[in-house]
Design a protein around this ligand. Structure first.
Ligand code: G6P
Length: 610
């Protein structure tokens, strides 16, 4: 679960590689390294820790040359150390890798038996030795990589550089993401689109089982077996500025405030306000298909799983269909029964989360139709799916997901409404109301963000020493409570629990005392009154109560110590509003504690390991 980047061109490679790595650092930040070909030799500089450590090392030992590769690591095989950092070198070869080589132990034993000196604990170094062995047997770099990969099992996106072929990189991919960028007289590769955006908007997303030869004047792509492939060049319309902080202290804060824009973009061209419908041409699900669906499975991990829980609510309520939410890793850990007519919706910001990808593949093999909701265009999950609905939140850099979560909710609501309309499960009038409500969402979100900014900052100050925080919600507010707790845990390292408000009396109530902030979601919907009772129970135990309530809720004002307000809105749209103060609260607690908000410890943005 690492980030890789490569450059072949006329400019100095090192600054471009470091810049690319900065954009990829969200994928892992245990160590980083560069290998640059100076025309004669390949020189490597690596450093343990965040990218700034590598930058310091590069000041002491600059790398000069116009061909190079770079890597930022999230350790899977071998502890965090300079020896285990990439690039790995064997003889004339330097390699960077994202993924896991499953048969690395057996290959290592074979190589060592033939005299190779493997110095790191990583699976990646094995690839460098295999390629070096093939080069020494007289093959050129491309052929050497091809025959090395034939021996390798597992997931990889690799870039390989050789002393013997200075102005060339060989890259290949299986299961880990790899994007190529086409510039003027220069060519790039990277783990994702934003890494390359400042340099070019012309990109090729490589498919599994493909290999590419990169030179300054372009790319040549083939299958691993050598059959030529005519690539599809995409012109990406994300602007590089979208991947900059634009004056915000952290990407997370910027992304929180970008949510109204992200929702506008996700809705754009998809709402039919006249007919109260969704324009779903891109989804690839005809009216007949929608009618044939018997049951919906929503598969996801992490924050996307919380979005899936609200998606279930939309499918049950609007489309009146049985809907089941599954953690992708647990779905795979069972022997799931897929029935004819099952529709699987795989939800993933990155589109690359391995558990979600594998769960969706399993469901597809068993006969389900798979739809993907993803943010990253051309990523693995939408590529394997039968249809897709992209959220258009733009690149999300902060490891803790914010704008992609609300964009996923928006996409799920559109999808459920689209299916509900095709099945005549929802009246035209109700559908029109919802569509109108969705169109107003960006405006309401702006109000909530502005209206709760000060309050959440002052709450964060007051709760700074709290060791536990409880979040309670009922119905669609329950996943919001889970998501609020997850945000706080992820970035501030404070223990937080999200609970179904009705479950509080079955356990968590024992945790409540005057040191425990209890954040209760009581927006005005059909669940508000019951949740207000739970709020009172928490208050009676001495908890410090924060209510997230609808403007003008006097009872909430009287009972709670503090109230974060959201405007009156359709109950199905409330989750997109109530999450906003919880995101801000988590952000401010973390910022005041001085944690690394955008890259919290031990986490990574894209999890391509099981
Ligand atoms: C990681 C990230 C989370 C994200 C989860 C699922 O754990 O840190 O923010 O929610 O992966 O990612 P996905 O890309 O599939 O939505």
């Amino acid at each position: 679960m690492c980030g890789i980047v490569g450059y072949v061109g006329k400019q100095e490679a090192a600054p471009i590689l470091v810049d690319g790595l900065r954009r990829l650092e969200y994928r892992g930040y245990d160590s980083a390294g560069l290998a640059v070909h100076d025309g004669q030799k390949i020189k490597v500089v690596r450093a343990v820790g965040k990218l700034r450590e590598l930058e310091k090392a590069l000041v002491a030992s600059p790398l000069i040359g116009t061909t190079g590769i770079g890597h930022t690591r999230w350790a899977t095989h071998g502890r965090v150390s300079e020896t285990n950092a990439h690039p790995h070198v064997a003889g004339d070869v330097a390699v960077i890798h994202n993924g896991i080589i499953e048969n690395h132990m057996a290959l290592r034993a074979q190589l060592e038996a033939k005299g190779a000196r493997v110095v790191s604990d990583t699976d990646t170094e094995i690839i460098a030795h295999l390629v070096d062995e093939q080069l020494r047997a007289g093959k050129d770099l491309e052929a050497a990589v091809r025959s090395s990969l034939a021996q390798v099992e597992g997931a990889y996106a690799i870039a390989v550089s050789s002393v013997k072929e200075p102005a060339k990189l060989i890259v290949a991919k299986n299961a880990s993401p790899l994007v190529l960028g086409l510039g003027e007289g220069e060519t790039f590769c990277g783990s994702d689109i934003p890494a390359l955006l400042p340099y070019t908007t012309r990109m090729i997303v490589l498919d599994d089982g493909q290999l590419a030869v990169l030179t300054h004047d372009g790319v040549r792509i083939s299958t691993l077996a050598g059959a030529p492939i005519e690539p599809a060049i995409r012109v990406i319309d994300w602007s590089p500025v979208m991947a900059e902080k634009s004056g915000y202290k952290h990407f997370m804060l910027k992304e929180i405030f970008e949510q109204p824009r992200a929702i506008e973009d996700t809705l754009r061209g998809r709402l039919d306000r006249e007919r109260g419908d969704i324009d779903g041409a891109e989804i690839g699900l005809s009216a007949e298909d929608a009618k044939r669906v018997g049951r919906v499975y929503l598969l996801a991990c992490g924050t996307s799983h919380h979005a899936a829980m609200i998606g279930r609510h939309y499918f049950e309520k609007l489309a009146r269909m049985p809907a089941t939410v599954e953690l992708a890793s647990e779905f795979r850990a069972r022997d799931p029964v897929i029935l004819p007519g099952d529709l699987v919706i795989a939800i993933s910001q990155s589109g690359e989360t391995l558990d979600t990808l594998m769960a969706a593949k399993l469901a597809k093999e068993r006969g389900a139709r798979v739809l993907a909701i993803a943010n990253v265009m051309g990523s693995a999950i939408p590529r394997m799916a039968d249809g897709e609905l992209y959220t258009r939140a733009g690149p999300e850099i902060g490891v803790a997901s914010t704008k992609c979560f609300t964009a996923q909710l928006c996409a799920l609501l559109m999808l459920a409404l689209y299916v509900a309309r095709r099945r005549d499960a929802v009246s035209a009038e109700r559908a029109r109301e919802l569509v109108e409500g969705m169109a107003r969402l960006p405006h309401l979100m702006r109000d909530v963000l502005q209206g709760t900014r000060q309050l959440t900052l002052s709450l964060a100050r007051r709760h700074l020493d709290a060791r536990d925080v409880l979040f309670l919600g009922r119905g669609p507010s329950f996943p919001i409570a889970l998501e609020g707790a997850l945000k706080l845990k992820e970035i501030s390292y404070v223990h937080a629990e999200g609970y179904a408000a009705g479950e509080m009396k079955h356990g968590p109530i024992a945790l409540i005392d005057s040191n425990v902030p209890v954040i209760v979601l009581v927006p005005r919907d059909e669940f508000r009154d019951k949740s207000m009772s739970n709020l009172q129970e928490a208050k009676a135990r001495g908890g410090v109560i924060v209510a997230i309530a609808t403007e003008g809720d006097e009872e909430a004002r009287t009972l709670a110590d503090e109230v974060g307000e959201v405007p009156p809105a359709d109950s199905d749209l409330l989750p997109l509003l109530t999450i906003l103060p919880l995101q801000l609260y988590a952000y401010y607690v973390a910022d005041l504690k001085g944690t690394d908000v955008d890259q919290p410890r031990n986490l990574a943005k894209t999890v391509t390991v099981e």
